[in-house]
Design a protein around this ligand. Structure first.
Ligand SMILES: Cc1ncc(COP(=O)(O)O)c(C=O)c1O
Length: 366
């Protein structure tokens, strides 16, 4: 059996370490996971009620078109139903876009460093990834623009960017979109949209009318707290949505995911409260990093990339032994770890552990 040549050397995606695994391996009772940018407050109580009610129907296939959820979300966003597509997380929408549009040899442009799933899916389709270094942790849109040529199929803009948490402004986005040829798709990944407080952040949905090549991605995994139910969505012109729909599996989102998303949308008080707490707590963490003399990227997401001034895997292991899981191993930032913003209590525990890690590292120096 001969696989597609482009997948032979593909790494398997390494997700944040699961809490259960860390407890088992290290014999720890209390473990705090700040590794996957999940919502530390869980999800709205309305979601739990909706899922419980829907449990009686798990033997019946879901509505593959997610018609009811589509109607609810269209109303919430102020778009038409045919502007929307749902996926098994926004991860799947990324995969569907590459599946529908990328041919071997096509080029696709993204930042270095950004969310790795863009590249892994481009690799699977045999497309060539052009990685453009971030400038001060932020997308360098003029440099990305300069890489566009006849072979370019799509440009990925992660806003806020994972792992740096930085954003590009509406003005920067418009200046970029005005220059991108209309046959090149721009995928704007807004997985952390609801956490952004900076007023310069783009109101991207209103730009879809103006730019037919713009696709916006969002998710219920982050602020809505539905990461395990795997539901995300894309917003674009109907012509693009129609093409992506052609490569979608018939039942790619579940009944539980659909009802949970609908209930989540109806509890905007929960969303606003989580966003407010996140903004306060990320500010607190950033102040703590300043107190400790650790450089970091000012974030608009629910995570912070901070320079711990030692190999990130050393810091990762040290924190792990203290029951805190973070993310390490970002190739552009070998001395940085990415920590998700937790509850105030989790953040305090993380900072206390980090102070131990920093002290251990100083003691270990020759
Ligand atoms: C930037 C970005 N986009 C997309 C995703 C995928 O999220 P999901 O598939 O859970 O919707 C993530 C998850 O971490 C992310 O950080």
């Amino acid at each position: 059996m001969k696989p597609k040549s482009q997948i032979v050397n593909l790494p398997v995606y390494k997700a944040g370490k699961p809490i259960e695994e860390v407890k088992r391996e290290l014999g720890l009772e209390h473990v705090i996971k700040l590794a996957s940018n999940e919502n530390p407050y869980g999800s709205s109580p309305a979601v739990l009620e909706a899922i419980t009610r829907e449990l009686a129907n798990v033997s019946i296939y879901p509505d593959g078109s997610a018609a009811e959820l589509t109607a609810v979300l269209a109303k919430h966003l102020g778009v038409e139903r045919d502007n929307l597509i749902f996926g098994c997380g926004s991860d799947e929408i990324i995969a569907l876009i590459t599946r529908a549009f990328f041919l071997p040899g096509d080029e696709t442009i993204m930042a270095d460093q950004t969310f790795s799933v863009y590249k892994s899916n481009a690799d699977i389709e045999g497309a060539v990834t052009i990685e453009v270094p971030l400038k001060n942790g932020t997308h360098d849109l003029p440099a990305m623009l300069a890489q566009i040529n006849d072979k370019t199929k799509a440009v990925w803009v992660c806003n806020p960017n994972n792992p740096t948490g930085t954003i590009i402004s509406e003005q920067e986005l418009i200046a970029f979109m005005d220059r991108v040829p209309s046959n090149v798709m721009v995928v704007l990944d807004e997985a952390y949209y609801e956490f952004v407080t900076d007023e310069a952040y783009p109101q991207s949905i209103s730009l879809i009318d103006r730019y037919p090549n713009l696709v916006v991605l969002r998710t219920f995994s982050k602020i809505y707290g539905l990461a395990s139910l795997r539901i995300g969505y894309g917003i674009a012109r109907p012509e693009i949505i129609d093409l992506i729909n052609r490569v979608r599996e018939p039942f790619n989102t579940s009944r539980l995911g659909q009802v949970a998303a609908m209930a989540g949308l109806q509890d905007q008080v929960f969303v606003q409260e989580c966003s407010k707490r996140n903004a306060e707590d990320r500010e607190w963490l950033q102040n703590e990093f300043s107190r400790l003399g650790l450089p970091y990227f000012p974030t608009q997401g629910n995570f912070i990339l901070v320079d711990v001034n030692m190999p990130s895997t050393t810091a990762f292991q040290s924190l792990l032994k203290q029951g805190i899981i973070v993310r390490s191993g970002f190739h552009v930032y070998p001395t940085y770890i990415r920590v998700s913003v937790g509850t105030a209590e989790q953040n305090r525990a993380f900072i206390a552990a980090l102070e131990n890690t920093l002290a251990e590292n100083v003691a270990a120096r020759p």
